[in-house]
Design a protein around this ligand. Structure first.
Ligand SMILES: [Zn+2]
Length: 378
């Protein structure tokens, strides 16, 4: 679980705001103190922000090692990354091919630093988490760019042993991420001639739920690429295309809607803070450009509709597990569906027509009496 209690200084509180602090806490895990290298333990860790121009590094420390603070002196007091815990883990990701058949794809999930996260200052002056990994530095991967399975990225290779898979950057600093893998995983790596690599600050690869995995793959700060297996023959081109996409179907007797999941925020955020977070996701650098209305009159705690440009409507909805921000692809009166199957059929048709998305695998999402949510994995 990510950090829930952080000791921060007043400057950090003012510069990040409540939603920024929430985002920061969701991307930090208290494993090792970044000053002394010993375990952080159960005491709330302190957050130190080292700012260098438009970029800042947030790191966790013992209170006895470093006081909370925002250091903009341009003198970085700790060698960055010296004690950072990175976690790499191999998992099998189910994929749906264009003909509707399913296959599994080997995925190496990497969080390059559990106790550190990089922040970047936007044009509006707010600070946001960004991916600081070598994939981004080397321009090997950019967030949101679709990955073609089996089409290797330049500058990165995968190596497989009998018990592990390693992903190696072929230019300085020659970073290597290695993770244990069982026979089934290694067999898939050899069959497909490579491994899908996803680097994310939003997930601890050592400890997560399936729903968190899909959210992390769809998160704007996640980077992904295909690392070709060293020494493998040129792999045959796959018919798969990883969409990294989760669709959300929501229906009740009053309304049915379907769209793309844009992001998820912790449920502890108030409606106001959740809207501030959503605005930063929807239109970075233009805070205040959206108007919000409750989806249902008199039920402001349930869901909000953002209207900015008429072509793009976003809905922010509170579930027991957190806030879902969805870019709406289609909506209709609730009379269109009386059962889950009718709702899913309407959603599949709408997504195919409006967004060209097909071959969804549906999973039940958080539902309440009379209101149903389904996640469609594309
Ligand atoms: Zn320490």
């Amino acid at each position: 679980m990510a950090v829930t209690t952080l000791l921060v200084c007043e400057t950090t509180r003012q510069r990040l705001g409540d939603s920024g602090l929430g985002e920061l806490a969701a991307c930090l895990w208290p494993v090792v103190c970044q000053s002394c290298g010993r375990l952080l333990g159960d005491e709330p860790p302190t957050v130190v922000i080292d700012e260098l121009n438009l970029v800042a590094m947030a790191s966790l420390h013992h209170l006895s090692c470093r006081l909370p603070g925002w250091n903009d002196s341009l003198i970085v007091m700790v060698g960055s990354g010296q004690y950072t815990t990175f976690v790499a883990r191999m998992v099998l990701l189910p994929l749906v091919a264009t003909d509707g058949s399913t296959e599994t794809c080997p995925l190496m999930l990497i969080n390059p630093g559990l106790e550190c996260v990089q922040l970047q200052r936007g044009r509006d002056g707010t600070w946001q988490v960004r991916n600081s990994d070598w994939l981004a530095r080397g321009e090997l991967a950019r967030p949101g760019r679709p990955v073609r399975i089996g089409v290797p990225a330049d500058g990165v290779i995968a190596r497989a042993t009998d018990t592990s898979v390693a992903v190696v950057h072929q230019v300085p600093p020659f970073t290597v991420y290695e993770a244990p893998a069982d026979e089934l995983l290694i067999d898939r790596v050899r069959t497909l001639g490579g491994v899908l690599v996803a680097v994310t600050p939003t997930l601890n690869p050592g400890d997560f739920a399936v729903s968190e995995l899909h959210a992390a793959l769809a998160h704007p700060s996640t980077l992904a690429l295909w690392a070709g297996l060293h020494g493998a023959h040129r792999p045959r081109r796959r018919r798969f295309r990883l969409r990294k996409e989760v669709c959300v179907l929501h229906w009740s007797s009053e309304q049915i809607s379907v769209g793309r999941l844009v992001g998820q925020a912790p449920g502890r955020l108030s409606a106001g803070r959740a809207r501030a977070w959503a605005e930063r996701v929807i239109s970075p650098g233009e805070v205040g450009s959206l108007t919000w209305q409750p989806v249902r009159e008199g039920r402001p705690d349930e869901a909000w509709r953002a209207r900015g440009s008429p072509a793009h409507e976003h809905v922010l909805r509170r579930h027991p597990a957190g806030w879902n921000l969805v870019l709406v692809c289609g909506q209709a009166a609730g009379t269109r569906a009386e059962t889950d199957n009718e709702a899913k059929a309407w959603a599949a048709e709408t997504l195919q027509l409006q967004a060209g998305i097909s071959g969804l695998t549906w999973m039940p999402g958080p539902s309440m009496p009379g209101m149903f949510t389904w996640y469609g994995i594309a």
